[in-house]
Every structure is written in C-alpha cells, then in structure tokens.
Design a protein around this ligand. Sequence first.
Ligand code: FES
Length: 101
Amino acid sequence: MSIVSVQPLGIELEVAPDQTVMAAAVAAGYGWPTVCEANASCGTCVSIVEEGAENCGPMPADEEETLTRTLVPLDGQRRLACRLTVTGPVTLKKRGVHKAE
Ligand code: FES
C-alpha cells in the first residue's frame, strides 16, 4: 500500500499497487470529480502532482490521449486520477474531492 495525500481536502488514501487513485478514493468513501465514470475520456479527474512524481506509475495510452486532446501538458505533473497508479508516497492537489454522501 502507498499513501496518497489529497489537498486541499487534507485526506490520506491507502492505494494498492494495482489500484488507481480514484478507485482508492471511492473505496474509502470519497467522491472524485468525474463525468466519464473513470473511463479516461473526460479529463475531469485531472490532478496536480505536487510531490512524489517519481512514485507515479507509467502513463497509459488512453490517459495520454485524453490529456493531449484536452490541451493538458504532458509534463508528468498533471495526471488522470482514474488512471494513476503509485508505488510510493504522492501528494496530489485536486479541488472537488469530497466525502461521499
Ligand atoms: S474520470 Fe474522466 S478522465 Fe478520469
């Protein structure tokens, strides 16, 4: 398990090696902004990697395609939470993450 801190909400998520950050958030009872329901097509879940970029998993082709289509720079600092896996501690900034009702 790796710990992902999510700001500005200030939560810490435990993320399994084969789990995406968004899936871990949902499993922990949080909502993450999405329109496509985690299909890597809307770009709504894009998050800023503030720390731990070296612990972020490789970018899959569908994530790269969506970031490119939505004019998000492929700089490794912006990732789709619905495709992001981690291998160590990461701090993400994403507004709109909230406790699910
Ligand atoms: S939820 Fe739509 S791209 Fe990630």
